[in-house]
Design a protein around this ligand. Structure first.
Ligand code: SF4
Length: 372
């Protein structure tokens, strides 16, 4: 836990003013944000939400994951249920066929996703794997030209990013996951540099770089700041923030290092460090942010819809309700587009779904147990 002295605490609204005037936050200014007293969280969120609205209005981008190949990965990432060393009882299967991948992707697109993320476990793809994924990308783009396609296949070799780009891919995801100074604590079979090299290869090929974090691995606040500034330096267009899902049977089983308030402070700090980048709430959001998920949308402008790679997410219908109940619009579905903070949006009071009241038949005046 970082000790913050009163003179280090920066008024988040003043910080937001300076960023909105074209300034940039320093690491020294960002670190105390992670130690914001719980009672001041709302001020931090309010200030961060001004940045969010400047660049993304009230829009939420929905992303949909298709796990093309699950489990059986030879790498040693301690947080990952798909590693060969993991005893987590996840689904394990080899490559989906193009038809199966298209079916899965269509469901996400039908649910409102404007980006499909094609993911495969493994250290990195072979030439055959790139061809196989390229075929899926081509079909997806032919049939859904308006949908972005992101590939996430691990460490790339020279020429592979170009092949994916030629097939029509828009983006490539490879998370740095954590700070360089902490990386070797969580994986030994590849280096931090392997990860950043892949992001650079994707950028050179003209793919939009998507790279983010997993928090809750046991890293320090200083290392979260180190990682956020590394992502800024990498120029990552989209930044997924994963919250560790400590599956039983993985080396990090039982590591619950985060509170909902701490998760909010991390998301807010990411928004201050990378104000104009897509900040995406990713795996573990439901179990870590808990009832603060809607508040986190004031900072993040993107989420995954539906399930994750090996864990189930909350019901897609609940995500859509959460978005609309809180006055946000879905990118590509509703009228508002990114950056349109002042455009007309559908009134949230219009056509609201309602839940019929349930008459109480328990507690006082009854013999049934009260709702406590
Ligand atoms: S390389 Fe990817 S799939 Fe393999 S263990 Fe690491 S995170 Fe999991």
């Amino acid at each position: 836990m970082t000790t913050v002295t009163p003179d280090q605490i920066v008024n988040p609204d003043r910080l937001a003013d300076s960023i909105l005037d074209g300034g940039e936050i320093t690491e020294a200014e960002a670190l105390p944000l992670l130690s914001t007293p719980d009672e001041d969280l709302f001020s931090l969120v309010h200030a961060g939400s001004r940045l969010r609205r400047r660049y993304f209005g009230m829009s939420i981008k929905l992303n949909y994951l298709v796990n093309l190949k699950s489990g059986m990965c030879p790498e040693s990432c301690t947080y990952c249920s798909q590693s060969l060393g993991s005893k987590a009882e996840i689904l394990k299967y080899s490559w989906l066929s193009t038809e199966e991948a298209m079916d899965q992707a269509s469901m996400g697109i039908g649910g409102g996703a404007s980006r499909v993320c094609l993911v495969a476990s493994g250290r990195g793809p072979s030439r055959r794997d790139v061809n196989r994924v390229g075929e899926i990308v081509e079909r997806l783009k032919d049939e859904n030209p308006e949908v972005e396609v992101c590939a996430c296949l691990g460490i790339l070799k020279e020429g592979q990013a170009e092949s994916l780009k030629e097939a029509g891919a828009d983006a490539y995801n490879h998370n740095i996951n954590t700070a360089e100074s902490f990386h070797d604590n969580i994986v030994k079979t590849h280096t931090y540099e392997d990860r950043t090299n892949t992001v650079e290869l994707a950028k050179t090929a003209g793919l939009s770089p998507c790279s983010g974090l997993i928090v809750g691995l046991g890293e320090s606040d200083e290392q979260i700041i180190e990682a956020l500034f590394a992502l800024k330096a990498l120029d990552s267009d989209s930044i997924p923030i994963n919250f560790l899902v400590p599956f039983d049977g993985t080396p990090l089983e039982g590591q619950w290092n985060l509170t909902p308030m701490q998760c909010m402070k991390i998301v807010a700090t990411a928004r201050f460090v990378c104000p104009d980048r897509e900040i995406r709430l990713a795996g573990g959001r439901e179990i870590h942010l808990k009832s603060l998920q809607p508040m986190a949308l004031q900072l993040a402008n993107s989420i995954f819809l539906g399930d994750y790679l090996t864990a189930e997410g909350q019901a897609a219908a609940d995500d859509l309700a959460m978005i609309r109940d809180n006055g946000f619009t879905i990118l590509g579905q509703d009228e508002e587009t990114a950056g349109g903070c002042c455009s007309d949006t559908k009134s949230t009071t219009e056509a609201a779904d309602h839940t019929d009241p349930v008459i109480r038949r328990r507690g006082a005046g009854t013999a049934a147990t009260a709702n406590v």
